[in-house]
Design a protein around this ligand. Structure first.
Ligand SMILES: *Cc1c(COP(=O)(O)O)cnc(C)c1O
Length: 353
């Protein structure tokens, strides 16, 4: 029998979350499947999201795999191309490219075809990560319009606060003022903007996290948004320890029993992607019953409290996150966000659907 940990991916939930996005907008949907579809598996996720109008990712190899698997939709490279060789592949596989910096405009000369490249010109409206500054935008726009390789131009930006109280107003004002000068398609919204700021929808929305069933907001749950968890990380108890008052468990004795207790040792650790910084009390389930993490997470194992679950023992199923254990709650306890937990599941964890 293999080590019992697995990440179960619910493809019906993925498809259902795409429909939540559909109902929230009339814009075209660019499903963001970067980082191996947020850890869910690129081709598996693409199949469940086949109704999306486009796919956005970063790695050329993934874009090629997607095209070779038969997807005909727009495939957008979110960081654009990195060299002239990529430019040739973009032509061969009909990939759309973000253009975020002057050096990428120079690379357009390496595009081997005429008038066939769709570019997504990125403007920095306030996040200040990728994109041309507002005062550089017109120069970039004119260079793209003149360039013989370019077909359609989409103007895009990305929000820094769409999930927070500060919202999108400041960046949206900057973007709209710039965009007013051009007749181009527009794309601004990530999941948070799609769900909360309908004036940002433009022609293309770019949801990621919501498709995987997690809420982008700290103050609204996935369930309240109608989203279903897609990934459930689960394993089993492989040993049980009886503690007396005063016994300590694990590295650094992060937990000390103040009474007699029963704890289970679970086959899941930080080498599987479970966050090492999760504290005592981080939620999990044992055979569907609520319980909590105890002690420090080690490389391959962690402890779960079984004191209130006399029927549980070796072989009991432990849900680390997913169905019944919101990933946002685990992330919050560990001082991170659901995105990071999903992406952190390591290669040794079998992903099944
Ligand atoms: C990752 C990403 C998205 C999706 O963001 P979510 O918060 O996961 O919805 C959208 N646009 C860009 C440019 C991104 O990098």
């Amino acid at each position: 029998m293999p080590r019992p940990i697995q990440a179960k991916v619910d493809l019906n939930a993925l498809e259902s979350n795409l429909y939540v996005a559909r109902h929230a907008t009339s814009s075209r949907i660019m499903a963001v499947i970067k980082a191996n579809a947020y850890g869910h598996g690129l081709l598996r996720a693409a199949e469940a999201l086949a109704d999306a109008d486009g796919f956005a990712l970063l790695d050329m190899a993934d874009a090629v795999r997607l095209r070779e698997a038969g997807y005909r939709q727009t495939i957008l490279l979110l960081e654009g191309v990195f060299d002239a060789q990529d430019m040739a592949l973009a032509a061969e596989y009909d990939l759309a490219c973000v253009i975020h910096s002057p050096w990428q405009i120079a690379l357009l000369d390496a595009y081997p075809a005429r008038g066939a490249l769709d570019v997504w010109l990125k403007v920095n409206s306030g996040m200040t990560r990728l994109g041309f500054a507002p005062h550089e935008l017109d120069g970039a726009m004119q260079a793209l319009r003149r360039h013989k390789a370019v077909h359609e131009i989409t103007l895009m930006t990305h929000f820094a606060h769409a999930d927070e109280a500060r919202g999108v107003t400041e960046q949206l004002d900057v973007f709209n003022e710039l965009a007013a000068d051009y007749r181009v398609t527009r794309s601004l919204a990530n999941s948070a903007a799609l769900l909360r700021h309908r004036f940002t929808h433009g022609d293309w929305v770019r949801p990621g996290i919501m498709l995987y069933g997690a809420s982008p907001f700290a103050d609204v749950t996935a369930r309240q948004l109608g989203l279903r968890p897609v990934m459930t990380l689960e394993s089993r108890i492989i040993a049980v320890q009886q503690l007396r008052a005063g016994d300590e468990i694990g590295y650094g004795a992060l937990f000390r029993a103040d009474r007699a207790m029963r704890v289970g040792v679970v086959a899941c650790g930080y080498a599987d992607g479970y966050p090492r910084h999760a504290p005592n009390g981080t939620p999990m389930q044992v055979d569907g019953q609520p319980s909590r993490l105890l002690g420090r997470v080690s490389m391959d194992m962690l402890y779960v409290d079984l004191s209130h679950l006399p029927g549980s023992g070796v072989g009991s199923v432990v849900t680390l996150w997913g169905e019944g254990v919101p990933i946002e709650e685990v992330a919050e306890a560990a001082g991170t966000i659901s995105y990071e937990l999903m992406c952190a599941v390591t290669a040794r964890v079998p992903v099944i659907s």
